[in-house]
Design a protein around this ligand. Structure first.
Ligand code: CP
Ligand code: NVA
Length: 332
């Protein structure tokens, strides 16, 4: 498998074999990290992390992974580059490509990360766009496989905003890797029909299914993995909270929903999560709408079924695999 020079913009661009290779590479890197085995394979290279939205996990995962691989890392925060305001995305890509060996981008339209990749001349990695969050998926698949020992034939249910970046990407990840995907959401919040059609074709090739229902108990009754995400994503206006709460309150992952799933089912969330009142936005929503918890209850979030911090850690191992695979010759 040689992925050198490739960008990582969305999972649809990668074959199941390539995704499998990245997952196996991630496991190897995790072992090395746990055993303190040095892996500075990309010494002398430099990467830049371009963020137009905030981040904890993705930024830190890229920074630590980059340093562990021996690279220099530059972070550009949402306010500090010329991109978009004084300089086009294409010009920015051409400049950064002259200085760096790889570029991470977190921002708005998927089109932006595509333009960066077309113009940079070096690999570009999507650290989240409005449409997709592909590096998150590798960590999710790795966490699921660590827990169950396999992926094929498992049932994953996503509860909530079914047309956000995480739900879209999960549907693709499951379709590619032979996991049955069920979306429990109101009809108004389902993915783009074109994306559904692509995923249905991929899933039928794997003899798995993609299903949609507005009934969370029906959706979760045979679930191995229950996944949720915030009800309002970065970049959406505050005005949508009221409508979203009305639509999504009945899709909250609570102990009744977890008890409805298989006995050994796990809970995942890309994070950050509103499961208590210990955030300013959580406080604000409580004052306006009286909700103490949103997409997941504190009880489920803190339960032994919840693997969210393994999942967060795996962001780093999987991002390391993506950078290594796309920057290093296979036999290097
Ligand atoms: N899951 C995730 O992408 O987290 P951050 O927004 O903190 O990067
Ligand atoms: N759907 C969320 C994911 C955050 C990691 C957002 O885009 O804000």
């Amino acid at each position: 498998m040689n992925l050198k020079g490739r960008s990582f913009l969305k999972l649809l661009d990668y074959t199941p074999e390539e995704i499998r290779y990245l997952l196996d590479l991630s496991k190897g890197f995790k072992d090395k990290k746990k055993n303190n085995i040095e892996h500075t394979y990309l010494k002398g290279k430099n990467i830049v992390l371009l963020f137009e939205k905030t981040s904890t996990r993705t930024r830190c995962a890229f920074e630590v992974a980059g340093r562990d691989l021996g690279m220099g890392v530059t972070y550009l925060d949402p306010g500090s580059s010329q991109m978009g305001k004084k300089e086009s995305i294409a010009d920015t890509a051409k400049v950064l490509g002259r200085m760096y060996d790889g570029i991470e981008y977190r921002g708005f339209a998927q089109r932006n990360v595509e333009i960066l990749s077309q113009n940079a001349g070096v690999p570009v990695w999507n650290g989240l766009t409005t449409e997709f969050h592909p590096t998150q998926m590798l960590a999710d698949l790795m966490t699921i496989e660590e827990h169950f020992g396999y992926l094929k034939g498992l049932n994953l249910v996503f509860c909530g905003d079914g047309r956000n970046n995480v739900a879209n990407s999960l549907m693709v990840a499951c379709a590619k890797m032979g996991v049955n995907f069920t979306l429990a959401s109101p009809k108004e919040l389902r993915p783009d029909p074109d994306l559904i059609e692509i995923c249905e074709n991929l899933a039928s090739g794997n003899k798995t299914h993609i299903s949609f229902t507005d009934d969370i108990m029906l959706a979760t009754q045979n679930a191995d993995v229950i996944y949720t995400d915030v009800w309002v994503s970065m970049g959406e206006p505050d005005e949508v909270w009221k409508e979203r709460i009305n639509l999504l309150q009945k899709y909250q992952v609570n102990s009744k929903v977890m008890a409805n799933a298989k006995d050994n089912a796990i809970f995942l969330h890309c994070l950050p999560s509103f499961h208590n009142l210990e955030t300013t936005i959580g406080q604000d929503i409580y004052k306006k709408f009286g909700l103490k918890e949103m997409e997941v209850t504190d009880e489920v979030f803190l339960s032994s079924k919840s693997k969210v911090f393994d999942e967060a850690e795996n962001r780093m191992h999987t991002i390391k695999a993506v950078m290594y695979a796309t920057m290093c010759d296979k036999d290097e």
